[in-house]
Ligand binder design. Structure first.
Ligand code: FUL
Length: 508
């Protein structure tokens, strides 16, 4: 029989209301609390540091951001003309006749993803070369000019249909930079882009994510394009209101590398100064990155950063990485597919560090995810399931209050008031071996944990086994295997009352 002790210390932070200066960028999370919670809050010149921290705890995800975060694992499919030329970036001059997969099977892509635990698949409908994987009415540079299926095929449709069949979400990657379009560099290009976006958002059912690539090169004769992001974003909101917009859009932030790892302290509440709506509209992607600050900065959301901010926004990280060195398939990389061990490490470093993983699986010239990639993913999933099968806390916990920590629902939470030193203590009644702790904050209440100390009982004394910073949506903490009858979590520093949604203890 296990006992769970909840101890509170510190001062109960008062809930302040800021009815006059809250600006809502996206949807409210909780209508009954409409005046205090939003995914965007302005900071006033008169706000003290304490006021700013209190505002930070009321910055919460929009409904679409919360849904997206809970997907945890999402997949990228890079496929297109580059698959057939062996390049990573095409120049737009490639002949569509090169596109001729011998056995394209989008169901195999989606089945592979589904079985490996992915919840959303994003297809490169158009990469920088401008070649469209759907028969767009607005260009000839597409599958309709290719020999594949005598020009009658539609890869976007096949992928969207497969996602529906397997019950996972579908998303589209549409490169703003188009090296084929003759209008690139003029206002007409924005109309062309809107037309293509409209096709993708209306003809293929529900879209869960729209991914606009950050690469913004030059068109013919050095022409630059001023992208009309405001128009594109409002079109998406109108046609697919549930879709999140990445990668530097209003919903999701690029983590800052293409390696698949988050920071030690990955904050979803960050300064939103560059996200001011008036700026979003007017400048090219190169001029305004929509980044709160330098996206590669080691620290984006600590107290030090947010106390200098002019606004705060919920802007969670997406960790994109390819299973191979390249984003597109190259036969020469068949022996460089990331191992199951590496994929597990990436999982711990992304999903386990308050992020969403976006893993790229590039189909080969046949139009299939290569056997080596499939094998690696299968072993990865098997090992993941094995490691997280047996939650020691689940078996042991008995009281209804503590069951909330193991019911796979982050919204049923354990509330710990105070702003430092809150304690969760678990007594197993007998020695148990473990080496991994998984914690989740109920992020619908914000991200609040700043420092956590993990201890176990050894010979009648508490021994520190891990010290970490942020938790957020999910934190996976590994330490040396130990055997103990008690575990103590001390939230050494928090931004006020914390809401722990889930907890898991494993012997992996
Ligand atoms: C980058 C692109 O240039 C790569 O080709 C790839 O699509 C990657 C996901 O984003 O910016």
């Amino acid at each position: 029989m296990v006992r769970l002790l909840l101890t509170c210390s510190g001062v109960l932070s008062k809930r302040l209301k800021y009815p006059f200066f809250i600006i809502l960028m996206c949807s409210l999370v909780n209508d009954t609390d409409a005046q205090t919670k939003s995914n965007f809050i302005r900071i006033l010149d008169t706000d003290s540091e304490n006021d700013i921290i209190k505002k930070a705890v009321n910055v919460v995800p929009s409904a679409r951001q919360l849904r997206w975060q809970q997907l945890e694992m999402t997949a990228f499919i890079h496929f297109g003309i580059n698959t057939f030329t062996g390049r990573e970036w095409g120049d737009g001059k490639e002949s569509p006749s090169l596109f001729n997969p011998s056995g394209l099977d989008a169901r195999q892509w989606v089945k592979t993803c589904k079985e490996a635990g992915f919840k959303l698949v994003i297809l490169t409908a158009k990469h920088h070369d401008g070649f469209c994987l759907w028969p767009s009415r607005f260009t000839e540079h597409s599958v309709k000019s290719s020999p594949w299926k005598d020009g009658k095929g539609d890869v976007v449709k096949e992928t969207a249909d497969a996602c529906r069949e397997y019950g996972i979400e579908f998303g589209i990657y549409l490169s703003p930079w188009d090296r084929n379009s003759s209008t690139f560099g003029s206002e007409a290009y924005n109309d062309f882009f809107v037309n293509q976006l409209t096709e993708l958002l209306t003809n293929y059912g529900r879209i869960g994510e729209v991914w606009f690539d950050g690469a913004n090169g030059e068109g013919a004769e050095g022409k630059k394009q001023r992208y009309d992001f405001k128009r594109w974003y409002s079109l998406i909101r109108k046609l697919q209101p549930e879709a999140v917009i990445a990668v530097m859009g209003p919903d999701i932030r690029w983590v800052g590398t293409e390696k698949g790892y988050g920071r030690d302290n990955e904050w979803s509440v960050v300064p939103g100064d560059a996200l001011m709506p008036d700026k979003i509209a007017s400048e090219s992607q190169k001029d305004v990155s929509f980044a709160p600050v330098d996206m590669t900065d080691k620290d984006l959301g600590s107290r030090e950063k947010i106390v200098k901010a002019k606004s705060l926004v919920w802007y969670p990280a997406e960790m994109d990485v390819s299973i191979r060195p390249g984003w597109f398939y190259h036969a020469s990389e068949d022996d460089q597919v990331k191992s199951p061990k590496k994929l597990l490490d990436i999982y711990y470093g992304s999903v386990g560090r308050n992020g969403t993983l976006l893993l790229n699986l590039p189909p080969d010239k046949r139009g299939l995810i290569h056997e080596n990639d499939v094998r690696s993913l299968q072993y990865f999933k098997k090992e993941l399931d094995r490691r997280f099968k047996h939650n020691i806390l689940k078996d042991a916990l008995s009281s209804p209050g503590t069951r909330k920590l193991t019911d796979n629902d982050i919204k049923t939470n354990v509330v710990l008031k105070g702003d430092k030193g809150q304690v969760l203590e678990f007594d197993f009644g007998k020695d148990c071996a473990f080496n991994t702790l998984v914690l989740q904050e109920d992020i619908s209440r914000g991200q609040r944990v700043e420092e956590l100390i993990v201890e176990c009982m050894e010979n009648g004394r508490w021994k520190t086994i891990a010290k970490i910073g942020t938790v957020g949506y999910k934190r996976i903490i590994e330490f040396e295997r130990i055997s103990s009858n008690k575990l103590r979590l001390t939230f050494a520093k928090t931004r006020g009352t914390i809401f722990i949604g889930e907890a898991g203890l494993y012997n992996t």
